[in-house]
Design a protein around this ligand. Sequence first.
Ligand code: HEC
Ligand code: HEC
Ligand code: HEC
Ligand code: HEC
Ligand code: HEC
Ligand code: HEC
Ligand code: HEC
Ligand code: HEC
Length: 451
Amino acid sequence: MKISKGKTLVLNVCVIALTIATVARAEQASQIVSPPLKEYRIVRSVTEDAQRCIDCHALESRGIVADWAASRHGHANISCIDCHAAGPADSDISKNHLALDKIPISVIVSPKDCSRCHPSEAAQFVRSKHSNTLELIWKFDPWLVDGMNNSIERQTGCYHCHGSVVKIEDGKLNTDTWPNVGVGRINPDGSRGSCSSCHTRHKFSLSEARKPEACGQCHLGPDHPQIEIYEESKHGAIYHAEGDSWNWNAAPGTWTPGVDYRTPSCSVCHISGVGEIATTHDVTERMAWETQAPLTVRPSEFTPWPAKTDWQTERQKMEQICLSCHSQTWTKGHFERLDAAVANYNNNYYEPMKKLIDGLYKKKLLSEEKNMDEQLEIEMYELWHHEGRRARFGAAMMAPDYAWWHGFYELKKRCMVIEEQAEQLLKSGRPAKVFEVKSSDGDTTKPDFQK
Ligand code: HEC
Ligand code: HEC
Ligand code: HEC
Ligand code: HEC
Ligand code: HEC
Ligand code: HEC
Ligand code: HEC
Ligand code: HEC
């Protein structure tokens, strides 16, 4: 959908009208109370078609119109029709809605739709792991590739965070795939992702996305407890103690450490512009490690999705953020410890256990057919996916409880269990018990990522 010539014209007329009004006012006595500007602009600059949407929806969906009216979009006269009007090529036109209004609409507003007005944010987001996560996880995740869980488990679990492949059936959105605002959703127009994962409709608020809660809805739990880690860090503690009084609404590019906030949120370290470091919607920037992977590697060496970044440059960017509040010694010291924790995990925990397990596969004591149907496979999975990640994330983001008690301590225990079970298998010489997965519906068809 495009802004029609008519709309641009009306906006121009409005600006002229405003200018004349301002000049006229300035010539009159200064006590004259100026009329409420927002009301004036809405009435004068919104097309009839656009106004119809607002009027009817003010009755039909009060909450939506209230959120929109309070948003920057509302103030800039970007209205319902600018985001929801569907083009003739759109496959997701709401047929039911044509009975309510002649303008065809679709409910989905994809990153492609937002990109008309926000091209740079969309371009960065499109190359991110966030936007491509669905393809990425279908390449190697054992639950999906081996069909170890079923559709309803994926719909209510994985896809809520990672996104669904939205399907249209008989002109309607298929309820197995909709509603969904997962961060890597694949939209009917072929674009990937959902901007409203972090900027919820219809406020699309900058301050909301800057707060850690916006990330914590997905970044939590035993395998990626970033929000819990943040809460435990001094940064998080100070945010909770006094964050209410910080300035979360500073204009893009002007949000300043020490002036607007005292400690960083997730957004400050991973997304926001700080000093010379530009804002990015590609969260792989500023990363020097793949600390979520089984064996920690550099982002450019991560085979399922090799980043086009150079880790040294990205590390420097991250350090630059810290240096806006900390000294060189403090900052370098932190990263030296992170790198040592990564080496400790790789060399003393992951590698030896991997070697042990590989030996069992070679001797056919474990079956290679499926990845998650033997006790030892689950133990190995949890070693890197749960405590192995927690140890590394805790060290990266200053959370001692996660680095040690939920991390390295649990790793030690897990290694004991793995060693014990491996020894028993070797002693008996009989293959491990294979568990039948009762809940699997065998649906392992890969979605078509070409569209
Ligand atoms: C005469 C009243 C009326 C007008 C005019 C109207 N709508 Fe709606 N619209 C509705 C109602 C009622 C629904 C809820 C239908 C439902 O529950 O599925 C709706 C639903 C929607 C939805 C959600 C569709 C879905 O599948 O979830 C969107 C988006 C939408 N309208 C946008 C617009 C836009 C944009 C315009 C202006 C071009 C507009 N509406 C004009 C009454 C109206
Ligand atoms: C900046 C773009 C934008 C504008 C402006 C906008 N919307 Fe939306 N709207 C969205 C997005 C994004 C969604 C969520 C769908 C998605 O995830 O793609 C949505 C969803 C909806 C829904 C379905 C929500 C639900 O919970 O069922 C309705 C109805 C709707 N919009 C109506 C409106 C109306 C009415 C207006 C004008 C007052 C409006 N929208 C303005 C982007 C926009
Ligand atoms: C027709 C053009 C247009 C479309 C489409 C559009 N926006 Fe915007 N958006 C704007 C303009 C203009 C502003 C700046 C408003 C201002 O600062 O007064 C803005 C501001 C924003 C902001 C900053 C808000 C703030 O608090 O400063 C966010 C976030 C945003 N848009 C997200 C989105 C998303 C997400 C979509 C798609 C769902 C979208 N926009 C679609 C024009 C658009
Ligand atoms: C609560 C939200 C949530 C749910 C539910 C969820 N994930 Fe994730 N997943 C994440 C987040 C957040 C990450 C990023 C972890 C990191 O980098 O620290 C992630 C990472 C991953 C990765 C690693 C990607 C990489 O770059 O190495 C895979 C694979 C994955 N998830 C698959 C799945 C599958 C399959 C399911 C369901 C069986 C699932 N996830 C359920 C949020 C979720
Ligand atoms: C992972 C969460 C996340 C997603 C997904 C996301 N954003 Fe943002 N966005 C943010 C954060 C955080 C900021 C605040 C950056 C700052 O401090 O200025 C932001 C800022 C913005 C701004 C204000 C400009 C600026 O430089 O601050 C716009 C416009 C915007 N986003 C549009 C989009 C669009 C369009 C999409 C989808 C293509 C999108 N965002 C997806 C988190 C997200
Ligand atoms: C709707 C769920 C969701 C939200 C909200 C979300 N993320 Fe993510 N995030 C994910 C998933 C899923 C992944 C894993 C992507 C992959 O590796 O396949 C991820 C990965 C990441 C990564 C790792 C990137 C890499 O290259 O390894 C970072 C950093 C990140 N997110 C930061 C953030 C920040 C900061 C916010 C909030 C501003 C945020 N995320 C909001 C779901 C989410
Ligand atoms: C003080 C800065 C800081 C804050 C605040 C912060 N992070 Fe991080 N984060 C880091 C650093 C440093 C790393 C490790 C970077 C590297 O690879 O060298 C990291 C790593 C990550 C990763 C792992 C990426 C991967 O796949 O290896 C994710 C995901 C992530 N952060 C998300 C978040 C979320 C979500 C929040 C808020 C709840 C948050 N971060 C808060 C600095 C921060
Ligand atoms: C906006 C300012 C700001 C930024 C940016 C920032 N910090 Fe901090 N940091 C603080 C403040 C304030 C404290 C609390 C100092 C104290 O304990 O008196 C703190 C505390 C810490 C601590 C001490 C934790 C503890 O529990 O003792 C470490 C380590 C740390 N920061 C590392 C970093 C690193 C690494 C980065 C960059 C990835 C970073 N910080 C970015 C302001 C910041």
